[in-house]
Design a protein around this ligand. Structure first.
Ligand SMILES: NC(=O)c1ccc[n+]([C@@H]2O[C@H](COP(=O)([O-])OP(=O)(O)OC[C@H]3O[C@@H](n4cnc5c(N)ncnc54)[C@H](OP(=O)(O)O)[C@@H]3O)[C@@H](O)[C@H]2O)c1
Length: 427
């Protein structure tokens, strides 16, 4: 095993506690032969025999008696070199490393293919929730058309607090940090980097194409205001940070992958709206199966270790039988659609002068950019009025240009909230 932090220590615990059951399920005992760490004397959540600990990870993965390497160090290097070396030396690999898979999964899959070994990574997306195997195996006979995921517990906790307690972003973040749901440096979570890595992995599996983190349009939640959340509430919706991967048609009529992470309003009737606190869920739509939802704890040492152990049992069984599981499936080779061409819907709240002709002028700004309006709500406020417009689907570029135009209009005092709308049927 490489790494013995939050996840690794729980893997060590479960390996010991469930040794007999694991042996029965695999058909042979699992023996932990070494644990590579950075600091031998660091405090650990579990007792690891000193004889197993080493700082020489490179030597550990090259050992002849190692059949499976579990990588729970995280980050790009040395994790990538160690995984490649493990495969070259004939071991199968189980990893929880979303960052590495999303940045350079292709190199790892190719190495696994060349070595004829397994590379499993269920723990990399949504912690304990079985979602990669369902996409890779259970749905292999179906055509997945959309994946909508709440795949970052920290941001879901913050947005949930903003919704239920009316907190602003800063207060909700502080609460998340105090409760251990957010890191001291929350950038990877609140700016959507973590969710973007997971979106890339989900999109690759769902659409049998190579999608990397760099392909994912990413917006975090730092600009989500208490006003946005209130506005969502008023229209029976809730704001969630969504990882979205869907099949769309490009300008040439070819199927392409739209993949993005951004805050969005979803109706409270949508199954994802009920995902509270730091929980995760992934909502999958496919042609034959229809709508599926996978829900559970998306992080934490023990839940993540559960997913790691599940993979370990699978690759150990394969190893015993001299076989391997399915490798990468990227045959469809679909292009990634630029965000500007992706069709989305917008919710736009606009403070305007309360005078005749304002509604017509605002409607004209939408029409000018070819964006049709689904609903408009108007509320008078003394000399001001607020218009809340929800558009039909249009390209993201057209919607962004419409908002720019609104901001430049004399009758518009302020565009107070702009947010994409997902998960609601077009009417
Ligand atoms: N934590 C979660 O809830 C969660 C959920 C899903 C996926 N994951 C993924 O699981 C992986 C591990 O996360 P974690 O939270 O367990 O991380 P962590 O608590 O920071 O633990 C990292 C471990 O790696 C060791 N390490 C760091 N650099 C090393 C090096 N160069 N050589 C050998 N060992 C090294 C550290 O050693 P020392 O202990 O000596 O410092 C530590 O034991 C990451 O890829 C993460 O994205 C985590």
């Amino acid at each position: 095993m490489l790494g013995c932090g939050s996840v690794g220590s729980q893997v060590v615990r479960l390996l010991a506690e469930q040794a007999d059951d694991l042996a029965a399920r695999i058909g042979a005992p699992v023996e932990l032969v070494g644990v590579a760490v950075r600091r031998l004397d660091a405090p650990r959540e579990v007792d690891v025999p000193a004889t197993l600990l080493t700082t020489d990870a490179a030597a550990l993965v090259a050992r002849d008696d190692v059949d499976v390497v579990i990588e729970v160090i995280g980050g790009i290097e040395p994790a990538r070199s160690l995984i490649l070396s493990a495969l070259e030396h004939g071991a199968s690999v189980v990893t929880a490393n979303k960052a590495l898979l999303a940045e350079d999964g292709a190199t790892l899959f190719e190495a696994a293919e060349k070595a004829g070994r397994d590379l499993y990574y269920e723990a990399a997306v949504a912690g304990a929730i079985p979602i990669l195997r369902p996409l890779r195996e259970s749905l292999a006979g179906d055509k997945v058309t959309r994946v909508l995921g709440i795949v970052n517990g920290t941001t879901n906790f913050i947005l949930d607090k903003m919704d239920t307690a009316g907190s602003g972003f800063g207060d909700a973040l502080e609460e998340a940090q105090a409760l251990g749901y957010a890191e001291a440096d929350p950038t990877a979570d609140v700016e959507g980097f973590d969710a973007a890595a997971k979106a890339a992995i989900l999109a690759s599996l769902a659409f049998h194409s190579r999608v990397t983190a760099a392909d994912v349009h990413r917006e975090g939640i730092t600009d989500v205001s208490a006003g946005d959340v209130r506005s969502a509430r008023e229209m029976g919706s809730v704001v969630k940070l969504l990882a979205i991967a869907e099949l769309r048609t490009d300008a040439d009529g070819e199927e392409a992958v739209s993949v993005r992470v951004h805050p969005a309003m979803i109706p409270r009737s949508h199954p994802l709206a009920s995902v509270r606190e730091a929980y995760n869920a992934v909502f999958v739509e496919s042609e034959a199966a229809g709508q599926l939802m996978f829900y559970g704890p998306g992080a934490g040492g023990s839940p993540t270790a559960s997913a790691v152990l599940g993979d370990l049992v699978t690759v150990a069984r394969n190893h015993r039988q001299g076989t391997r599981g399915v490798g990468e499936s990227a045959y469809a080779d679909r292009a990634v659609l630029p965000m500007g061409e992706t069709r989305t819907r917008y919710h736009v709240a606009i403070d305007v002068d309360d005078r005749a002709g304002v509604l017509a002028a605002v409607a004209h700004a939408f029409a000018e950019h070819g964006v049709s309006i689904q609903t408009v709500r108007q509320e008078g406020r003394g000399n001001d009025a607020q218009l809340v417009v929800v558009s039909h689907e249009a390209t993201d570029a057209a919607l962004a240009a419409t908002v720019e135009r609104l901001r430049g209009m004399e009758i518009v005092r302020e565009v107070t909230s702009v947010m994409r709308v997902e998960g609601a049927e077009e009417q």
